[in-house]
Design a protein around this ligand. Sequence first.
Ligand code: SF4
Length: 337
Amino acid sequence: MYEAHLYTKGENNNVTCSLCNHRCVIKEGKQGICGVRHNIGGILYAMTYRKISAEAVDPIEKKPLFHYLPGTLSYSLGSIGCNFHCQHCQNWHISRTSFKDASLRDLAPEEGVRRALASGSASISWTYNEPSIWHEYPLAMGKLARSKGLGTVYVTNGYITEEGLRELSPMLGAYRVDIKAFTEDFYKKVCGAHLQPVLDSAALAKDLGMHVETVTLVIPGLNDSMEEQTALIRWVIEHLGPSTPMHFSAFHPDYKMTDRGATPVATLEKIYNKAKELGLRYPYVGNVWDSGYENTYCPACGAMLIERQGFTSLMRDLDGEQCGNCGEKIEIVRHVR
Ligand code: SF4
């Protein structure tokens, strides 16, 4: 068992975890909302340290992450548990499972880095379930990964606290954060969480020098109004900058949310066009087959810089980190810094 970081001891062997913004007070013998941090005898343990449920070598575009090491592979790991309880979770078989039912394997941080390098990957991604609740393990592996020249990626719901994110920041290169909606009501009812901490973590990640991309799953009847999406885009432009890649993805019925259909392509096209109109340089539409909205275009001259077909990226008019046609600087990370 591995003792957790970021907690304080209280009376009667209670502990308070400050890793995510639930800030759970956990009684002896109990666990936090995420299900993977247990209070045993007044000490908080990170129960999934070295425990993996999924391992794959993915194109980094699958995260989706379009402006961080594009066209490369990312060695990807997941475990179990989540601090959100989203009704439309697409990975519920690992996010909502228990230790009893889960199939977990042991993987040392050093071995993970060795496997990433052997696979030809340019980065390691902690993904599939929420990585922030796994904190100590990605932290240990990530430090080692960076020393070997690998990039590092979180695919996250953004609920980590300032303390947690600051501890990660020396090792974390890319913060691919879901902004699931732009209303407190959605976060409360659908996810069992709050909106503001997610926005705060995205802004802090940016301030700490991480590459940030956002993803919003557009769900009919829940967060698909142009008013809400416009407010979200304006917030991103103001707080994360107009060069932040934003992905607007189509919803497909899943888990406990099967009471509505998939997002119409026309809705996503309207949001994409609004983002452009407001000055966002790199909007994308996802989960829609062959739309052309996943390509990267030069915001100045419109030249196609990267063409994407499925998860294959074809470098077209991109010259290093500038447009090969007009010379415009393109905000994209081609090499690990
Ligand atoms: S990570 Fe979040 S949900 Fe889990 S115990 Fe800590 S505060 Fe609670």
